[in-house]
Design a protein around this ligand. Structure first.
Ligand code: ADP
Ligand code: MG
Length: 246
């Protein structure tokens, strides 16, 4: 089943900048899709359309068959976005309070909120840090916290915007482990990145964007060699795909 269906999606910002210039894309449920492209190619803008943070200037986005424009609330529950800047997503005074924020906004009863918070914290390995202040976490821990907040909403799709940016090797490894685990648990996962190396071996599909359009789309083995010139760091052939930074 195609869980995401995007038809002729165009986005023009208030100042006239064209962020997306006619995107046609369908994404199969349960796949791990990597989206690459130079700065300004439209990756973040595309993700923001998946859960109605932006409205199309033209065209449509459907999630599980339902147009986002007709059910923004439903789209927000089905699609969790883990933003590039984890600090922008932190709202709670403790790790647990931060994760509880979304489910509380769904008006769930307190036992259900608590169940979701402990499940989400356990699944990203932050249970022991539940009472800690979020600003004390490392970069990798903050991204995992943002992911826990998203998982507590029980989404079907998790989209990561540049999840490896400004992380050290161990932070990158922990996020790669989360991405792999989500894919293996049946989530549809979308990752935008400049750096293909950490995730390419896990991906079902690689999409290249340029100037608000999809310019390449296929299975990674066929496309990965053709990403030169699109602002992407290619994987090193020496150890790829199995020996990545062991
Ligand atoms: N709020 C905004 N107002 C005007 N232009 C914007 C805004 N946000 C993004 N853009 C422009 O839209 C284009 C796509 O941006 P973006 O989706 O952020 O690209 P990427 O995530 O691939 O770096 C760029 O030209 C960018 O400058
Ligand atoms: Mg971006």
């Amino acid at each position: 089943m195609n869980i995401i269906e995007i038809e002729n999606l165009r986005h023009r910002f208030a100042d006239g900048t064209v962020g997306l210039n006619g995107i046609h894309l369908t994404i199969w449920q349960g796949s791990l899709v990597i989206i690459v492209g130079a700065n300004g190619s439209g990756k973040t803008t595309l993700l923001r359309h998946l859960n109605g943070l932006l409205n199309p200037s033209e065209g449509s986005v459907r999630i599980a068959g339902i147009p986002v424009s007709e059910d923004v609330r439903g789209a927000r529950q089905k699609v969790g976005l883990v933003f590039q800047e984890p600090d922008s997503q932190i709202v709670g005074e403790t790790v647990a309070a931060d994760v509880a924020f979304g489910p509380q906004n769904l008006q769930l009863d307190p036992e259900e909120v608590e169940r979701r918070v402990s499940l989400a914290l356990a699944s990203v390995g932050l249970t022991l840090l539940a009472d800690k202040a979020p600003h004390l976490l490392s970069g990798g821990e903050k991204r995992r916290l943002a992911l826990a907040g998203v998982l507590a909403m029980e989404p079907k799709i998790v989209a990561f915007d540049e999840p490896f940016a400004s992380l050290d090797d161990s932070g990158i490894r922990s996020i790669v482990a989360e991405i792999t685990r989500l894919k293996n648990s049946g989530y549809t996962v979308i990752v935008t990145t400049h750096d293909l190396e950490p995730v390419l071996s896990q991906a079902d599909r690689l999409i290249v964007m340029q100037a608000g359009r999809v310019v390449k789309d296929g299975i990674p083995a066929q496309i990965a060699d053709a990403v030169d010139g699109f602002g992407v760091r290619k994987p090193c052939k020496c150890g790829w795909p199995t020996n990545w930074r062991k």
